[in-house]
Each structure stands twice: as C-alpha cells, then as structure tokens.
Design a protein. Structure first.
Length: 319
C-alpha cells in the first residue's frame, strides 16, 4: 500500500493522490478507522474533509485520522473485491457509522395521488419507486426538464391548482383528482400514468433526442446562446438514461468464472490474494412497486458490477 500522513496541510498533498480506482484505508496511530473504494481519491478525501467541517461522526473520525493508505487498480471491480474481502476480516472503528448512501434518494411516482411525482428517502409506501439516485439535486433538475418538455406535474406547494397551470407550464393534472369527469377525460389519471411510465421508466423514450434536435435547430439558426443552454439538459438526460438502464438490469446480472461469481447482481464468490471468499446471495424480497428500486446500502456495489458487465460486453464486441 502507498501511504501519506494526514495533517492540517492535507490540501497540499491532494494533487499527489492517484487517479483512477483505488481501495483506500484511513488509520489513526492505534487502529484502522474506515475503508472504502473510489474512482477519485482526491474527490473522496475532499468530501470527507468537508463533511468533517459540519461536525458529528465525520468530524470525530477525521480528527483521529493520521494516515491514508491505498492500492490502485485498473478496474472498479478489483477495488470492490479488495474492499469486500477486507471487511470480511476487519472491522474499522467507523465503518458502519459512516454511510456513503445516507443522502441517496428515490424517485416515487403515483398518477392517482398528489403531488404525483416526489423524491423520497425510502420505499416504505405504495408509490412506484425507482432508484436510488446519488444526488437529490440531479433528480430535481431532471424533473424540471421533463416538466418543461412534457408539462408534467412539478408541484412545489401543497395547494392545487397552482400558478404553473395558470401560466401554461402544467396541464393541470391535479384537476383530475376532483369529481369533474370532463377534466378527468382530458387530462386524467390514466393518461398521466402512461406519460409517467413512458418518461421515467423507458430509457429510449425519445426525450433526449428531442432536446438534441432542439439544440441543433438553435445552432443552425446561429442562436448559440440558446443552443449552449441545452447542453446541461442533454448531459443530465443522458446520465438519467444510463442510470435507468442500470436499474433495469442490476438485479438480473449473473456471471461465473474460476475467480469470480455473481448472482442476482451481487458478488457471491471471489478469489483474492490466493484466498477464497464467499458472500451470501441476496435474498431481498422486493414488492412489485420496487421492481426498479435497489437497497441504499448495495447500489454502489451493483453499479460497479453493472459497469463490469458492460465493459465485458464491449470487449467481446471489439473482438
């Protein structure tokens, strides 16, 4: 392992940290504090340092940290394997108090319940859930894009109808909750349900391409400022599409070799440093409304495994 000392001048050392995937370990003079894996150790260390400024358990751990050690890997799956095998034999002091997924959130949909689209921290209710997503802010931005293009609900108050309907920014889906049958037939719950599923559950729904065409039109008409304004939207829609593809596949990934076995999207066996490690098969029972929902504490592992699969498929196609 490579090691550096952690002190008040840690910012001076950040540029010397490796780029790419690593298994890392924070230690004090007496014991190991926390282990993890990351694609960008500099960003991770900055995150831990910033969280320490907020106080609480992060500050407690950071104040004790004296050393940072790491091992670099060419692939995420290798860093994940090191991490999982390490934790079968070690229990760092803060390992189960520092939760990287604590701020992850789910998208929740229900065309028959106001406000129709929400962001939630759990899947305990009977909404249609998908996620988790690592950033609440990213999800809010995606919802705003869909609201602009499809005039889907983007309710910001507990009262309805709101100003967005009056300003023609929303179709007034909330009116379908009343007993007005004419309103329900025009913009009713069934139509909204179809739109929500098409928009948020179907990767190739054409929305990204629609925005790309809009940007191209602005560019061809020399409206470069308007074209550049859509760059962020295109980037976010692309990321949402890729994350949705991951959520659709994550629970069904299977792989077997002499050194690695994956069942139901989780590592169940690996051979690491000439030792065999076995991990339990995931037996989580998901409800039908959680088909595209993963557990908060396993989504990062699942994403690494999904990336491993996509890289394997890509390499086979190249051959």
């Amino acid at each position: 392992m490579d090691t550096i000392k952690i002190d008040k001048n840690i910012q001076n050392h950040l540029d010397t940290l490796p780029k790419g995937w690593v298994f890392y370990l924070l230690k004090s003079e007496r014991e190991e504090l926390y282990a993890g894996y990351s694609a960008n150790l500099k960003v991770k260390l900055n995150f831990l340092s910033d969280k320490a400024q907020e106080g609480g358990i992060y500050k407690e751990m950071w104040n004790q940290a004296d050393e940072l050690s790491w091992v670099t890997y060419p692939q995420a799956i290798s860093a994940l394997i090191h991490y999982k095998c390490y934790l079968t034999e070690n229990s760092p002091l803060y390992q189960y108090q520092i939760l990287p997924w604590a701020e992850y959130v789910y998208l929740a949909l229900d065309s028959h319940r106001f406000p129709f689209i929400t962001i939630q921290e759990h899947t305990n209710d009977d909404w249609l859930y998908l996620g988790p997503f690592r950033s609440r802010f990213f999800l809010v931005d995606v919802l705003d894009i869909y609201a602009r293009i499809l005039k889907l609900p983007a309710c910001e108050t507990g009262e309805y109808p709101c100003e967005k309907m009056k300003n023609n920014l929303c179709r007034g889906w909330c009116l379908a909750l009343s007993e007005n049958s004419e309103t329900q037939s025009e913009y009713g719950s069934d139509k909204l349900e179809s739109l929500l599923k098409e928009a948020f559950l179907v990767p190739e729904n054409g929305i990204l391409e629609l925005v790309q065409q809009e940007r191209k039109r602005y560019f061809n008409e020399l409206e470069f400022n308007n074209a550049s304004l859509l760059d962020d939207e295109i980037d976010m829609l692309s990321k949402y599409r890729e994350w949705l593809k991951f959520l659709i596949s994550a629970k069904h990934l299977e792989y077997e070799s002499d050194e690695l076995q994956i069942q139901k999207g989780k590592i169940t066996y690996c051979r690491f440093q000439n030792k065999d490690y076995h991990f339990p098969v995931d037996t989580t029972e998901f409800r039908i409304n959680e088909t595209l929902a993963l557990n908060l504490d396993s989504v990062d592992e699942s994403k690494v495994i999904y990336s491993f699969f996509t890289e394997e498929v890509r390499s086979l196609n190249v051959q």
